[in-house]
Design a protein around this ligand. Structure first.
Ligand code: COA
Length: 257
């Protein structure tokens, strides 16, 4: 049984499903390895326009790192696991394609850290998001503290970390963390993915980079990055195609060039 199920629910959409449901899809080392490889593959495959992340089993997206691997003060292994998680999560965040995270259950610890690396979160009422590492005497290690505080601010983030609170799907939507709160997750994810396919791929890659790199840069520098990007995109085939298609009242055909 594959630890990451790879499917194509719609042409151009690569769905990666964490598949260890008996352990609520906890991120064992082999599961992380499979996820890392699946991300490389989806990133390199030109036919893949959008990536969707899901959890198998109906109860959890991902319940965090595999706590069983932590037992026994195995310091070197623990540090290696954390360094590797950080690398994989950074890679996920930096993928040049849109990544949709679909959550209809538990997304805790590393599971929530993965969600925070994605571009759009679609949740149901049943979603439960949190960083409960403090209840284990630990703290997050895959970028969660930093991405969460940047996403929702110190006070809402403190509720999750310092009180170990779990956030509902409705609360995540209310805070602007989730793009949508839905009943039919499959339909909503497909609708978002199909919308993403209509946006030019080079523009998506550049806008992702601008949001990521511009966020921590001085605002005037970030605005200069933005204009450099636009000037570059303007002269691409896709830039000219988008303008022509609009004026000719037809759908554009983007080639990623
Ligand atoms: N690591 C390893 N195993 C985990 C796990 C994790 N992060 N989360 C759940 N599991 C396992 C449980 O040990 C259990 O295995 P078992 O059936 O062999 O005993 C199975 O998954 C089902 O979990 P269970 O705890 O029985 O389900 P629940 O519905 O009672 O509780 C949670 C669900 C998510 C509240 C609870 O599993 C939990 O707190 N998990 C840990 C979350 C966490 O701290 N994550 C951060 C890790 S750094």
């Amino acid at each position: 049984m594959s630890l990451i199920m790879i499917t194509e629910p719609y042409p151009g959409v690569r769905q990666l499903t964490f598949n260890r449901p008996d352990k609520l899809n906890a991120l064992s080392s082999p599961l992380m390895e499979a996820f890392d490889a699946a991300l490389d593959d989806a990133s390199a495959d030109l036919s893949v326009r959008v990536i969707v992340l899901r959890g198998a089993g109906g109860k959890a997206f991902v319940a965090g790192a595999d706590i069983a691997e932590y037992q026994g003060d195995k310091r070197a292994e623990f540090i290696a696991y954390q360094m590797n998680s950080r690398r994989v999560f950074d890679k996920l965040e930096q993928l040049p394609k849109p990544v949709i995270c679909a959550i209809d259950g538990i997304a805790l610890g590393g599971g929530f850290e993965i969600a925070l690396c994605c571009d759009m979160l679609i949740v149901t009422e049943a979603a439960q998001l949190g960083l409960p590492e403090g209840r284990l005497g630990l703290s997050p290690g895959g970028g969660g503290t930093q991405r969460l505080v940047r996403a929702i601010g110190k006070h809402a983030a403190s509720d999750l970390m310092l009180a170990g609170w779990r956030m509902s799907g409705a609360r995540a939507f209310q805070l602007g963390l989730a793009a949508d709160l839905v009943e039919d997750l499959d339909a909503a994810v497909l609708q978002r993915a199909r919308a993403c396919i209509k946006v030019a791929p080079l523009a998506q890659a550049e806008m992702k980079r601008l949001m990521r790199e511009g966020f921590d840069a001085p605002v005037e520098t970030a605005k200069s990055y933005e204009q450099e990007v636009l000037f570059r995109l303007y002269s691409t085939c896709d830039g000219q195609e988008g303008i022509d298609a609009f004026l000719e009242k037809r759908e554009p055909v983007f080639k990623g060039q």
